[in-house]
Ligand binder design. Structure first.
Ligand SMILES: NC(=O)c1ccc[n+]([C@@H]2O[C@H](COP(=O)([O-])OP(=O)(O)OC[C@H]3O[C@@H](n4cnc5c(N)ncnc54)[C@H](OP(=O)(O)O)[C@@H]3O)[C@@H](O)[C@H]2O)c1
Length: 332
């Protein structure tokens, strides 16, 4: 079993490499790919040094499973060639998720969809959508869903290494000026590039680029939720917010249920959902570096058939690398 890790030098790629070993994935060898910039670099895997190859110039034959996290542009051009060379491609980018010939899979929710893959490509959902999926599937199965209203709290690592660097640089550049913020004075942070407003000591209610009056992240949350849950006309309305957290996405969700549930009933359904772990106080720090999505703060209003909860999960693990490897495990 040869596994190719595309985007191996990135955040998701490095978590992939760690998880392949941690979960004892039955790979006999790995090949690592990045851009021309990274070609020739040595990375450790299973006590050996592996040379990073340039994906643009590589021969993909011999790869059985390709774990891709190299961005949508690279994936659009390279994934078909990798699949044509014989690999099953599991792709983390947004490039293929809404393609009707590409299954969008969360193993705990729709594992069987992975078996029908006419293009040889399986897509991994957006990291924010992913974190809410076990919970929404549990409520769908328990009583049915009529509508989903969500507000996200997305970590900067969800925007790649550049997002992490921007928060770190802004915190550093604010330096000693930070305490002034407590007096209501402006904190001088900069430079601002990756996000539309300073992210240090701030909250930015626009994650992802604007598509229309919504951002691309808000579109992904709606469209991907519908596809994974198999509910094509589910009403989904979401506000995607970037917060100064390094790792761990959170989502505050209110759903309109098809039948009323009491708070204990909803709590039980959410806590027992595969992929979830109940927490009295789910936070991104609790979730960072861990596999489950932590769900809690459950409240229902039986008269109006509403249920609210808060869920936090590691965007680099379950939101990306872990889910991709769980799909690969299901294939194996
Ligand atoms: N971060 C998250 O929470 C998250 C969650 C779910 C999905 N994703 C998706 O996963 C992908 C990677 O995210 P990330 O956070 O790991 O980004 P990242 O840290 O910025 O890393 C990007 C990786 O992609 C490689 N790459 C870029 N262009 C390439 C090309 N043309 N050919 C081959 N490799 C190329 C880079 O190689 P070099 O080092 O050589 O530049 C690097 O290894 C994105 O599609 C993202 O949307 C991310």
């Amino acid at each position: 079993m040869q596994v190719g890790v595309f985007g191996a030098t990135g955040q998701v790629g490095s978590v992939m490499l760690a998880l392949l070993q941690e979960r004892r994935f039955p790979a006999t060898s790995v090949r690592l790919f990045g851009t021309q910039r990274s070609a020739g670099r040595l990375m450790r895997w299973a006590d050996r040094d592996v040379v990073v190859e340039s994906a643009a110039d590589a021969d993909f034959s011999g790869i059985d499973i390709a774990l891709c996290s190299m961005g949508a542009t690279a994936s659009r051009s390279l994934a078909p060639a990798i699949a044509a060379a014989g690999a099953v491609v599991i792709d983390n980018s947004s490039a293929w998720r809404m393609d009707p010939e590409v299954p969008l899979v969360v193993p705990e929710v729709n594992r069987k969809d992975a078996s029908h893959r006419p293009k040889g490509i399986i897509a991994n959902p957006n990291c924010t959508t992913m974190i809410a999926m076990p919970s929404l599937a549990a409520l769908r199965d328990a009583v049915g869903l009529e509508a989903v209203l969500a507000t996200t709290f997305q970590a900067v690592s969800g925007a790649g290494r550049a997002g992490v660097a921007e928060l770190a640089n802004q915190v550093a550049s604010a330096g000693d000026a930070t305490p002034l913020a407590f007096d209501g004075s402006a904190v001088g942070v900069g430079p601002v590039d990756k996000f539309p407003a300073p992210i240090a000591y701030n909250v930015v209610p626009m994650a992802g680029a604007l598509v229309d009056d919504e951002t691309e992240e808000e579109h992904k949350f709606r469209n991907e939720s519908r596809k994974i849950l198999g509910l094509d006309s589910l009403a989904v309305h979401c506000t995607c917010v970037r917060v100064p957290v390094y790792t761990g996405h959170s989502v505050s969700v209110t759903v309109k249920l098809s039948s009323a549930m009491s708070t204990p009933e909803a709590s039980k359904a959410l806590a027992s959902a595969p992929g979830n772990e109940f927490s009295d106080l789910p936070t991104p720090l609790l979730a960072a570096g861990r596999d489950p999505c932590f769900v809690g703060r459950v409240r229902t209003d039986e008269a109006s058939r509403l249920a609210s909860f808060f869920v936090s999960g590691d965007n680099l693990r379950k939101g990306a690398a872990l889910n991709a490897i769980q799909i690969a495990e299901a294939l194996v």
